[in-house]
Design a protein around this ligand. Sequence first.
Ligand SMILES: C[S@@+](CC[C@H](N)C(=O)[O-])C[C@H]1O[C@@H](n2cnc3c(N)ncnc32)[C@H](O)[C@@H]1O
Length: 214
Amino acid sequence: MTDLWNDRAQAYRESATHASGDDLDLVVEWCEPGPGVNVLDVATGGGHVARRLRERGATVVTVDAAPGMEPDAIAPADHLPFADASFDAVACRIAAHHFPDVLAAVKEMARVARDRVVICDNTFTSESAEQADRLRDPSHVRNYGVPEWHSFFELAGLRVVDEAFMVRDTGFEDWLDRTETPADARLRVRELLDGRVHDGRLELPTVVLKGVKA
Ligand SMILES: C[S@@+](CC[C@H](N)C(=O)[O-])C[C@H]1O[C@@H](n2cnc3c(N)ncnc32)[C@H](O)[C@@H]1O
């Protein structure tokens, strides 16, 4: 799957949906960035979380499975090449639905964090929408519901101290273009999305959770 992501690197760097948003603001805020604070950005993609954290004075290390994203370290989220408690905060935004073993990844983030872990991801809406996601993007594994996220945090030894739910949106065609979804699959993807496309925009229910080491 990393080849797919290498090819998409520029699209994710330039994506307006990824470059800004209330979810990004919250992830940055909840990492409590500032001079002297070091943060790990897991599955950094186009590097938007890292950029915003650096603007706030934090020292940031980026990690991603795809070399094309040009992270500081190339590694999967479930095998982070860092010592225990190496970072004040660990962030991971709009990526966990691609991880083959999400619980192992959350445990790794908790292990390398000294204090806090902030994760933001799209949430589960229906099996039909999961099918749409997989048809659009073969690297999609699964979106999870809020209760599942709570159990991942708990099993990773993280106590949830802040939580927000929001509905982001993105241009439906831009969303398909980013993953180069073939033209003949696009109508089917739309049908499977259960009416979540309005005026050319796709609704993306999203959760942001902040956990601290229990
Ligand atoms: C949607 S992009 C991330 C967006 C980025 N965090 C942001 O806020 O703009 C998803 C990223 O997850 C990475 N990825 C996919 N599977 C991964 C895995 N198992 N471990 C680490 N990174 C992975 C991809 O290479 C890609 O860069």
